[in-house]
Design a protein around this ligand. Structure first.
Ligand code: NAD
Length: 370
């Protein structure tokens, strides 16, 4: 039997609440479908700081590096607001992203039919939305040097951030976007600001070149990132896959995500380069939301973003397309049946706790797997 190594890092706050629901699914799949998931679990964030004085221990970092995929809950909370900067809860996530070299961040924005009414946009604009934003995650202005604030000595200061991209960084993120597009509607829209930024000129050139060399079967469009933001709100369904840099991707993926309603619904994946021998990519899957200390342990957390992140893991790390489709359809069906956690509750529907929602999705997954 294939062994599939999963390393779970539930983290803080509702991270543990929602990870428990994914564990139910994994246990069921192992028992009923023989999926062979081998699970190990570690600490990240504030709980890791309490246990080891660091946001992730070297030993857990090594386990993350050795796993086929990492499932990450959420980190942070008021208890750790005053810990030293280098040990703050987010430092655990940043270390994972850096050492696993997770350069591609995938953020789907899907509008479940049952929730089309809860978007801030009109139902007809949003219904049936299924787009994927591919954001470059390890380069660009968040990491470029120099990055400093200088005292000019005359009561003024100067702040500098540096937007910097090399050709290979643009080509490898574009490659991920083109490959994913081939599994979807085969269309990529690349967004940059070539009208005012040199990095935008190179971005456009490198995406165009790699497309011509290796991916000419995929339809490629280019759009200025500001126009892209407008189009995402005006007519989001025109897009299939959007590829963009770290800064624009940060903003555009949040815009796209919120088109679809609650934070509790949004999954994400971060992928690295394929290993030259095994061809497997390092990968981390996490919900977009944080640790929600305001609702921790009260049965109010929506586990859907975490479960949908696990579905992405099935799809992208294990090529289990059928099982991923079933998990996503189970989520959609449960919503269609009027079952809701508090964050997405509307009149006439049935309110469930975190664990009841996990059970309902598992029950539907079992039905659909028959
Ligand atoms: P948050 O995402 O934790 O919560 C924002 C609001 O959304 C809260 O009202 C919360 O109750 C609600 N919410 C979030 N997820 C939900 C879910 N699954 N179900 C139902 N409701 C949900 O953001 P915040 O309040 O700004 O931050 C809280 C803590 O989380 C902070 O310490 C912050 O640093 C941390 N954080 C961590 C991550 C991460 O781990 N990747 C991301 C963002 C924030």
């Amino acid at each position: 039997m294939t062994i599939r190594k999963l390393f779970l890092l539930p983290g803080d706050g509702i991270g543990t609440d929602i990870m428990s629901e994914v564990k139910k699914l994994i246990d069921w799949m192992n028992k009923e479908l023989g999926t062979g998931f081998e699970i190990d679990e570690g600490l990240v964030g504030g709980c890791a700081y309490d246990a080891h004085g660091a946001a992730i221990s070297d030993s857990d970092m090594n386990k993350a590096m050795a796993a086929d995929a990492v499932l990450f809950g959420a980190v942070g909370g008021p208890k750790w607001d005053k810990v030293p900067y280098d040990s703050r809860p987010e430092a655990g996530l940043l270390r994972l992203r850096k050492e696993m070299e997770l350069f591609a961040n995938l953020r789907p924005a899907i509008c479940y039919p049952a929730l089309a009414d809860s978007s801030s946009l009109r139902k007809e604009v949003i219904e049936g939305l299924d787009i994927l934003i591919v954001r470059e995650l390890t380069g660009g202005v968040y990491f470029g040097e120099p990055k400093e604030i200088t005292d000019l000595g005359n009561g003024q200061k100067r702040a500098v951030d540096t937007q910097v991209y090399d050709t290979f960084e643009i080509e490898r993120i574009a490659g991920v976007a083109f490959e994913l597009a081939r599994t979807r509607d085969n269309r990529v829209c690349s967004m940059e600001k070539r009208n005012v930024m040199k990095s935008g000129v190179l971005w456009n050139e490198a995406v165009t070149n790699i497309h011509a060399q290796k991916y000419s079967d995929v339809k490629l469009d280019h759009m200025l990132a500001d126009a892209g933001g407008m189009q995402l709100v005006r007519a989001p369904k025109q897009f299939d896959v959007i590829v963009t840099d770290n800064l624009f991707g940060d903003m555009l993926s949040d815009i796209a995500a919120m088109l679809t309603g609650s934070l509790g619904m949004l999954p994400s994946a971060s992928l690295g380069s394929p290993d030259p021998i095994s061809k497997k990519r390092k990968a981390l899957y996490e919900p977009v939301h944080g640790s929600a200390p305001d609702i921790t342990g009260q049965g109010k957390a929506n586990p859907i973003a975490m479960i949908a992140s696990f579905a992405m893991c099935l799809r992208y790390s294990f090529n289990m397309t059928k099982e991923a489709d079933i998990a996503e359809n189970a989520i959609s069906d449960v919503l269609q049946n009027g079952l809701r956690t508090a964050d997405i509750m509307t009149e006439g529907n049935k309110l469930l706790t975190t664990s009841e929602m996990g059970d309902a999705i598992l029950e539907q997954l079992a039905n659909l797997s028959k």
